[in-house]
Design a binder for this molecule. Sequence first.
Ligand code: MGD
Ligand code: MGD
Ligand code: MO
Length: 655
Amino acid sequence: MREVLTACTADCPGTCSIIAQVEDERIVKLRGNPEHEITSGFICKNTKNYLKERFYSDRRILHPLKKEDGEWVQVSWDEALNMAASKIRNACENYGSQSILYYQGYGARTALRIINRRFFNLLGGVSTLYGSICGGTGQAGQEMDMGVRISHDPIDHLNSNVILVWGRNPAVTDIHLWKIIIQARRRGAKLVVVDPVNTETARRADIHLQPVPGSDSFLAIAIAKIILKEGFFDEEFINKNTEYFKDYQELLNDYSLNELSQIIDIPLEELYELVRLFAVNHPSSIILGWGLQRYSQGHLTFRLIDALAAITGNIGKSGGGVSHGFDEYGYFSHEYALDDQSPNQRKLSIPVVGEEILQVQYPPIKLLFVTAGNPLAMLANSSKVKKAFESVDDVIMVDHFLNDTADVANLFLPATSFLEDEDLVGSYGHNWISPINPVTKPCGEARSELQIFQELAVQLGFGEEMAGSPREWLGKLAEPIIHEGISLEELLKKPYRFPSAPVTPFIDGKFETESGKFEFPTELDFENLRKLNEKLGLNNEFNLRLLSVSPRDWIGSEIPDKEHGMGVLEVQVHPKVLKEKDIEDCEEVWLESRQGKLLVKVKENDGLRTDYVLTHRGGWRKYNKCVNILTPDLVSDQGNGAPYYETFVRLKRII
Ligand SMILES: Nc1nc2c(c(=O)[nH]1)N[C@H]1C(S)=C(S)[C@@H](COP(=O)(O)OP(=O)(O)OC[C@H]3O[C@@H](n4cnc5c(=O)[nH]c(N)nc54)[C@H](O)[C@@H]3O)O[C@H]1N2
Ligand SMILES: Nc1nc2c(c(=O)[nH]1)N[C@H]1C(S)=C(S)[C@@H](COP(=O)(O)OP(=O)(O)OC[C@H]3O[C@@H](n4cnc5c(=O)[nH]c(N)nc54)[C@H](O)[C@@H]3O)O[C@H]1N2
Ligand SMILES: [Mo]
């Protein structure tokens, strides 16, 4: 038996360093690498099951496929690459290179993916995406306050007396952060959770607040008012390190505590209890999640929560701060993508890319090149996305599975994975960079994305500019890390924490804003939001919000075999909602929004509120489990994010 060190590249903040065990050239087990301070020797059940469910699954595609009369047919790599190159050439010659849209999904965000961009830039510059369907809205809010979104080293939460987890479910979505939170609790820290849902994280909390979904800005205003009223603020920090405090204070005056308590549907006593914990027992840290910002004004929510840390002087202190995520591409050099050397680029907004594809002219989109993503299942208003993808001449995709997007593709190129590639990967949950090493030879005929783009470049006449082994490219991409004193050879042998990443950001009191200080928000325009919610149907027949959250049993839309095709999508609702509609527990009903309708099975859960329906995201269209049939395609007010939870639905009995 031999062991090889690699890292999980699933879309998850963990990015676990893992050890793969190989017997007779077959990988028999994946286990956590103990020599990683954060992921410290254990992995989630999805990675444990990766070999069976994905890597060696019968459904994994190991040969190139082309679509003929609606059916997939196996072809050789020569034929597949010839086809891809000629489709690319045709699009460039007939419509210009911008008629190609390169869609990079979130399925495997490793360093070498930067070189994919180089390919498209060398081609002459194509259409690419801007904005985010993941964390853009929250990030925008933090950038407005502090200039950058930067988080405390997860280990630093061990120094907190209070940990306030707001709109995040780490017990399910980030099990290593959860372990640290549990350790901090054992040391005496108190855990406060703000989530409309009784999540696994919330169930372990000392205090759990369940506000009306989408009302967190008002909750943060209420907390601030109490902090200021009770004198729990840090005057020195406010005077020395912040800007626009007076304007912010005036904003707070627009609402009375009683009004706020009604909007958020939480009694004032509970808010006082939270404040007495959070604002008194310094240091207190706040950990913000993704669910919280899937709203059109999520940036404001983030800003108003950041403000709570600022007024209590919890920023720039060990055990304090407002942490959200990390920039997984922040440690690599992007110079080699040649983004600034390709004059001919066009950007389309990812949250509404379906609409963009249907609308753009001069040139229209003719060819879509999708890698490691499943836009048909994961983008809002999935039916519009499908229509848009069907409207282009060609869709080429590089993946492991025939997901929903494959239904509209006409060429499928089978990719290798973190068990077959040589690469490096950063993380959006901590500051570590982990090596990816080939554990076995590629399965079947799978090829790495790098190899695919290199071979296409040869056919298209710029092979030399793409040439180079993975290791040669990694040596270039990792220059900023090498510059900090870690050689590439070392970096490929074990995970390293990026040396200059701070444990406690802003410890020097300097912020990357225009004023160099923490900047409070100076206006709150909730009018837009009110109008939007009305337009989308709130207050009339579609009066339940739809929350589609991250499931424990899979990542993104990477659904395990056994889940495929089983029954209909399950949704949870409070028993009162069922009673009102005369619907039985476990009954199959229609879940309808203005975008579409879906047959679902309702399960009652009296730990929920009565104003929303809860379900998981990631189900596939072809199994009638895609929640994005119901979500409207919108762009958040700031950050070009995707406000998936601005979705209003109703339940209807099947007559
Ligand atoms: N097992 C597993 N792990 C994952 C993923 C996965 O699919 N499966 N996905 C990964 C990805 S892509 C991401 S981005 C992260 C996301 O990580 P998290 O942010 O932890 O997870 P989410 O479930 O997306 O949303 C978090 C919580 O927000 C809550 N929420 C919704 N609306 C509101 C609101 O108005 N106010 C408040 N306070 N809370 C609200 C939801 O109830 C949910 O519990 O997880 C990553 N980890
Ligand atoms: N309704 C609703 N929709 C949402 C969300 C929500 O909360 N609610 N959350 C959003 C969020 S946070 C995110 S991040 C997005 C995710 O959206 P996507 O990135 O589109 O979705 P994934 O399912 O993660 O797609 C990953 C794909 O990459 C493939 N893949 C995995 N590894 C590799 C590899 O090594 N190489 C290649 N070539 N392919 C690989 C997988 O097989 C899979 O098909 O979805 C968003 N969509
Ligand atoms: Mo995400």
